[in-house]
Design a protein around this ligand. Sequence first.
Ligand code: SF4
Length: 665
Amino acid sequence: MSEHKTVVCPYCGFGCRLLVDPKTMKVKPYPGEPNRGKLCPKGLYALEFVFSRDRLRRPLKREGQKMRPISWGQAMEEISHKLLEIRELYGPDAVAFIASSKVSNEENYLLQKIARLFGTNNIDNCARLCHEASVHALKLALGTGAQTNPYEDLENFNAILIWGYNPAETHPVVMDYILKAKKKGAKVIVVDVRETRTMAFADYKLVIRPGTDIVLANAMANVIIGEELYDEEFVKARTRGFSEIRMAVRKYTPEYAEKVTGIPAGTIHEAARTFALAGSGAVMWGMGLTQHVSGVENVLAVINLALLLGYIGEKGGLYPMRGQNNVQGAAYMGALSEFLPGYVPLTDEKFRKRVASLWGVDDLPTERGLYLTELWEAIERGDVKALYIVGENPAVSEADFMRVRRALRKLDLLVVQEVFMTRTARYAHYVLPASAFCEKSGSYMNSERRIQWGHKICEPMGDSKPDWEILTMLGRALGLPGFSYSSVEEITAEYFRLFPELEERSVDELKNGEGIFLPRKRLHTWDFATPDGRARLFAVERVRPWEEPDKEFPFVLTTVRLISHYNTGEMTLRSPSLVKLMGEPRVLINEHDARKLGIRDGDWVEIETRRGRIRMRAKLGGAPEGVVVVPFHFKANRITSPALNKAGTPELKFSACRIRKLRSG
Ligand code: SF4
């Protein structure tokens, strides 16, 4: 028997498992599903940040400008007293909670349970910043809000359409699945605003003008319908809305689309035909689609393509690829302001009362809570007085973050439960030290909805505690019912009871097996989760970006992710091996634009939007004319656009900006 224990990689939503030797803390890739013996650099060096000297070791309380150590007992007493006082004075909605895509299912489940028993649906997580637009679109079209098929299906499809998504950098292990499919003959079509690393493997490279995705998707639908390439039987039997979409896409000819998107009409024709004639196919997308004011409509437009072709179930799948290791779990556990666990709407009285009864109360609040992205204005207005954050760093991750920092300063109470003293934690009244992923046990759900167990490998650093223990203490201190947990497994067993598909499964099975899919491996093989069991085709029209380039701000600023970094950099920047791999972040500028502006490779430049300015060294190339590409991990959100789409996701992929040279590099 191997001495190794398995943990789930704490980085991207692919959900690789790591085999760790607890004696040496050496990491090896797990040979089984889903990573099949592969890891990217982030997974290989996943333990480095855990042993950083910067780890928080004791609870801290602000006294003036200083943070002083405080006992756990005193911290819980003071925090709960203040929360109850605020509820008494202003009502439960004056308090908000932010859950984390980096903590376990059990921990997200507990935080949303605390929020709802406290009396508010002001509970949200960073899914709001990335794929909430996908959830809304998928719910509208299919009735469910997540990836429909497992990764293993990718290898068997004859075509893969990758849209606004760069797996070669963001989910390197999924590239392996895509390349295996390609080796078997699958055609790979990549749509992006620049030539990405993923595009290097594409049969069709569709470099699109930012913000014109709906025009391209509608033009592809125009070809598929016009040339009668759609799956008539599937469309007739399993969808609604075909005549509306046929009418709507009529004007989106490839020739019209060429003018708007910049992609030659012939290429659009060919890509649409290739995808349609493949006979089976996946549509994969990332934040290139969702982080726009048109995010929901963008996703609906690409879902249409899969539905027209019947690429659902055995013949195809929809893959909104998740960014963080447990963003899918956070959402599924109900850490969203408009959904109960399992994406069940708050208005579903039967389910809501079932949850309430499991928690020992009669009912739960029914009004939608504030989106994470709506919180800052609510704090400015004085509607929200207290904020409890678990493992999130909105002072860096939110668009136009200076307004977030202003709001954080206004709170009567800010509690941050964290591993490091993040930029957000610096504004807190109380900072509670949380254990890292390998210092505790718990379950995580990856992008394909596979729940996997992460085993405890080592003891918590200093006086830090697993988040579930801290939240159990908080629930008790607040006097909420049902917080008598003495092990994380008791919480797992409790959330299992909410899902009929898990009722027959045991926590031991989860701990010892290859994971459990919730609700099942493949969705919609026979029907859709809509009232009549049919999917909906939506006729969507182009939605323009919130701010378009003009004379003053003539460039489009877009943000991207880098292979060796992760989110706001709090973990990866404390991993020496990853820092070494990455080198210095640079802004990518098109060579022709750079020449006009007198900018050379390595020069320091200033990028300015209506929100402010950032400075960075320039790298020439890798961006089309008129587009400026900035890695999002560090300071880009100082200047990004806070405009929200229907799902509350900000338009991080599109801001009008200008650039100027500061000095030679
Ligand atoms: Fe971790 Fe994602 Fe890399 Fe796998 S692909 S090792 S889950 S960061």
